[in-house]
Design a protein around this ligand. Structure first.
Ligand SMILES: [Zn+2]
Length: 508
């Protein structure tokens, strides 16, 4: 029987998309050279004055509204004082007692996670420790961040990972942040403690740092949960709060700072920035109503709707909603299919009934040709899916659905041609006799000849040195080029052609 309850709270920092930094006009963008996007303000020179970036403020409000948090009527900025070389002013401008957003919640597939707060703050410089010295890059200093703090109520490592994935999707959907963890655009610290089941007290927690992937968050929390459980079982639960770092290589957390009291940063109100009165923002051109209108359906809601309305399963819907553009593409294709169905004289019923009766067939086609073929093709070639417009894609699906004599290889050929030439179905069908064109494109003997000529060293190994195993490499190359075919047939045909090369090497 489970005896312990796990309590996890997360603190996330998001680098948000804006043109410039939070308090100066330096560009908010990556540069390969250090110390390019800097000015006296973000370098903390004396006598300079910060000025709040309205776009960053809007992004914060947008996230707050999207997660149904309470927008503060009145909030301000504070100085968080501590000394570290990455902080030129000796303090960070943040928000403490009066954050921009309070409350809110994010729905995940494993349940709802309530938020404590969301606030704006500036990022610090980047510090690089070398062997004999440390170097500072101020490009990042002053970049706007949103700090999101959850309630300490997540019950498992899996929930924490799930929450972060959902948050990432949301901020990407709303164009608030790219939120790429590996690039530091989304950073997470996780707090974890255990308590005996039924006990309502909070016990000293561990703060885990250095988590730069969703996997790392999950693994570190699982490790820490197990470590603390063992302490509880030995009757020696943690006595004070500690900070531990995640060691990816050795799959464990390591003590960074022991015995910590609550940190005292001596926050005090930032005198150089006026407090923000939300009611007065309209005058400054920040219209809450407009921001509300920018909010779209959140990814999880969209996923559930894709399952419900279009008949996809969970995994399929997940692929389709991952990116907003793909979700939009899918819906456009589906609306074309629905319009076509309605135009048929043979169908009866309300538009909804007609779709309900047909959706299984069409979602199957979409899975096969969009999820399993066109999306990977777009990813592989790094070219936009839109090379086949949703209208053309829908038209092609309808054609495939009606033309029973097309096999999968032919359909792949047609779609690949449409994608390559950015043309519609008629052009492919008109200009080419599909079978003839396929034979030309995929003529096995031509491909084999080309592969053999391109890999003469390998051919030599086989025909001169009799290293017959090397033929496997050639088979692989041919299969890759034809994208289909029977390995045995390919092997036989290669063997036939290899004979032609025996004399070639003899002559030399
Ligand atoms: Zn600057």
């Amino acid at each position: 029987m489970k005896k312990w309850e796990t309590i996890i709270g997360l603190e996330i920092h998001l680098e948000i998309k804006t043109k410039s930094k939070l308090f100066c006009s330096c560009p908010n963008q990556e540069t390969s050279k250090p110390n390019q996007n800097i000015c006296p303000i973000c370098l903390g020179h004396p006598g300079t004055l910060p000025q709040l970036n309205k776009q960053a403020l809007k992004q914060g409000i947008k996230l707050g509204l999207a997660v149904k948090g309470k927008l503060a009527d009145f909030c301000n900025f504070d100085r968080k004082n501590y000394f570290y070389p990455d902080l030129p002013k000796g303090y960070q401008i943040s928000q403490y007692q009066l954050p921009l957003i309070r409350g809110g919640e994010i729905k995940t597939e494993l349940g709802k996670v309530r938020l404590e707060r969301i606030h704006l703050e500036e990022d610090t410089a980047k510090l690089f420790h070398q062997k004999n010295n440390s170097q500072l890059d101020f490009n990042r200093a002053g970049i706007p961040l949103l700090e999101i703090v959850t309630q300490p109520e997540l019950k498992s490592a899996a929930t924490a990972k799930n929450f972060l994935e959902e948050l990432q999707k949301i901020v990407r959907y709303l164009s608030i942040s790219q939120a790429e963890m590996s690039q530091g655009q989304m950073r997470c610290d996780a707090n974890i403690s255990l308590r005996p089941l039924g006990d309502k007290k909070y016990y000293p927690k561990t703060e885990i740092k250095n988590l730069n992937s969703f996997k790392a968050v999950e693994k570190a929390l699982l490790f820490e949960e197990k470590r603390q459980k063992e302490l509880w079982e030995k009757n020696t639960p943690p006595l004070y709060q500690t900070t531990r770092g995640w060691d990816e290589k050795n799959n464990c957390t390591r003590l960074q700072r022991g015995k910590e009291e609550k940190k005292d940063y001596r926050y005090f109100p930032e005198p150089d920035l006026p407090p923000l009165k939300i009611k007065e923002l309209e005058k400054q051109g920040i219209k809450i109503r407009e921001i509300e209108n920018e909010l779209s359906e959140l990814p999880l809601e969209k996923k559930q709707r894709f399952i419900r309305e279009y008949g996809f399963n969970k995994d399929q819907a997940e692929v389709l909603i991952q990116e907003k553009t793909i979700a939009h593409y899918t819906e456009k294709v589906i609306s074309e299919l629905q319009a076509w169905l309605l135009s048929l004289e043979t169908v009866e019923g309300s538009p909804q009934e007609i779709w309900e009766n047909n959706k299984a067939k069409f979602s199957k086609l979409l899975v096969k040709w969009l999820i399993d073929f066109c999306l990977p093709l777009s990813k592989k070639t790094k070219k936009s899916l839109e090379r086949i417009t949703p209208e053309n894609f829908a038209e092609a699906l309808i054609y495939f659905y009606r033309e029973k004599k097309l096999n999968d290889t032919m359909i792949k050929f047609i779609l690949a041609e449409m994608f390559e030439n950015q043309c519609d179905l008629d052009i492919v069908l008109m200009e080419t006799d599909i079978k003839d064109a396929m034979n030309k494109k995929y003529d096995l003997n031509t491909i084999i000849k080309q592969v053999l000529d391109d890999n003469l060293e390998v051919v030599k190994k086989i025909v001169v040195e009799h290293k017959t195993q090397a033929i496997k490499f050639l088979i692989g190359q041919v299969m890759k080029k034809t994208e289909h075919g029977d390995a045995k047939v390919v092997e036989d045909k290669i063997s036939e052609q290899l004979i032609n090369y025996v004399n070639k090497f003899k002559d030399n």
